[in-house]
Design a binder for this molecule. Structure first.
Ligand SMILES: [Zn+2]
Length: 440
């Protein structure tokens, strides 16, 4: 076991806000604009939670993904302007996430477009998650503007225009194989099943323009393989295989599901290859660690991307992290048990807290330690100590205040948007709860 007792270095230097600053800089990816991808292909970025692609076709248009709701969709139609002509012959959904499917009625207008998707979309569950414990929210919907930076894959997730899905139109044409070749209004294309963030994800390939409209199989961030928001781990092996399929296309242009487009054959190949290599590295190392009997905690410490991938602009941990991917892949393949027999039937949190607090000399003594940890910049340890006291004394307001401060310090330094948002919304919710209980 690599675990050692004793002091560990604080995760952050107390004055180090470089992670937050890098996250802020990444918001540039979500600024509003229409990018010309290639001849007759335009991507609207930053008008909604996800990208919408316009393909100009014979006597009309084809739309790939439809934004989060009719309000955003109207803004995008306006931004496309006369580049988008009617009739809209077809709408293609890359996957079922509400931010990609909520504005179809607006793009359809008075036309009767065919609506394409993979057959899996029809039964796919909306991917909103089940993990709102203690008011925590990975997208930061409830955060005040001065605390919010971005939502990881988008500038705002439902903060201005909620993901109502009221503009959803059900698919009229589905396919259920690995891929489908078709020509819509003179535009030849392939719809390729590329499970990744979503099992039903479809990438749209325009072979004569060498444009790949990828959906959420490629984003300009380390992927969110095992999200905080209470979802099953994404299908990692399939995700790697999906990227292999896309690399083989030799695209000249990529439109990701979120963030700016990529242009140039070398850039496109490098983007997809590095993404595949990054995911595969973490997967292989985790599986190797499982076979050697290592625990998830040990693997989180040991597994780091090799330097070249670690520095790659599209593998920065703005949305997913390597650590959560390791934990997700571990539990996906080896279950919840880390192999240490002490952990077969562990003490409850409350039992452990009672014993540790007693060893520390009682709640007041533990609080002194927690306060000192806060001052020393050991925010994680401060939060853990506060948790021990709160487990015994849920109404201990001073312990709650230490926890809230620790969460704010941790969240405030995060480069990962979903961790930042989760820390800060829980802090806000606990603070509101503490105020509510004081005013009673
Ligand atoms: Zn998406």
């Amino acid at each position: 076991m690599a675990t050692t007792l004793g002091m560990t270095a604080p995760a952050f230097a107390a004055d180090d806000f470089s992670g937050r600053d890098r996250l802020r800089a990444h918001s540039q990816e979500f600024r509003k604009r229409v990018e010309k991808v290639s001849e007759g292909v335009y991507a609207a970025i930053g008008y909604s939670a996800s990208n919408v692609t316009l393909i100009q076709a014979e006597g009309g248009s084809i739309i790939v993904d439809t934004s989060a709701n009719p309000v955003d969709a109207k803004a995008i139609v306006e931004a496309f302007g006369d580049r988008m002509t009617h009739p809209v012959h077809a709408i293609i959904y890359t996957h079922n996430h509400p931010d990609h499917t909520g504005g179809a009625t607006v793009f359809a207008g008075g036309d009767k477009p065919r609506i394409y998707s993979h057959k899996l979309l029809v039964t796919a569950k909306p991917d909103i998650g089940r993990g709102r414990r203690d008011g925590g929210d990975a997208f930061g919907i409830a955060l005040p503007d001065d605390q919010f930076v971005n939502a990881g894959t988008q500038l705002e997730y439902g903060r201005v225009t909620p993901h109502t899905r009221e503009g959803f139109l059900p698919p009229t044409q589905t396919f259920d194989g690995e891929e489908e070749s078709l020509t819509i209004a003179g535009v030849p294309m392939q719809l390729i099943l590329t499970p990744s963030e979503a099992d039903e994800n479809v990438s749209v390939w325009l072979p004569d323009r060498k444009v790949l409209i990828a959906g959420d199989v490629f984003l300009k961030t380390f992927p969110n393989i095992a999200p905080l928001r209470g979802l099953p781990t994404r299908p990692v092996e399939k995700w790697i295989a999906s990227l292999d399929k896309l690399i083989a296309l030799n695209a000249d242009f990529i439109v990701p599901g979120h963030m700016g487009t990529i242009s140039g054959a070398d850039e496109a190949k490098d983007a997809l290859t590095s993404y595949r290599d990054g995911i595969k590295f973490v997967y292989d190392k985790t599986m190797e660690g499982i076979s050697k009997g290592k625990t998830p905690d040990e693997l989180v410490q040991e597994i780091n991307l090799p330097a070249e991938l670690r520095q790659h602009p599209y593998l920065q941990e703005y949305y997913g992290t390597v650590a959560w991917a390791v934990r997700g892949i571990y539990s996906q393949n080896a279950g919840w048990f880390d192999g240490n027999p002490t952990h077969i039937f562990p003490l409850t949190d409350k039992e452990r807290a009672a014993k540790l607090v007693a060893m520390a000399g009682g709640p007041a003594k533990m609080m002194e330690h927690a306060q000192a940890s806060l001052s020393d910049g050991e925010f994680q340890w401060a939060a853990e100590q506060a948790d021990y006291v709160i487990a015994l004394e849920p109404q201990n307001g001073a312990a709650m205040m230490i926890k809230i401060r620790a969460l704010r310090e941790l969240g405030g330094r995060q480069m990962n948007a979903t961790a930042r948002n989760y820390y800060l919304t829980v802090a806000q919710s606990l603070e509101n709860g503490a105020q509510d209980s004081r005013s009673k």
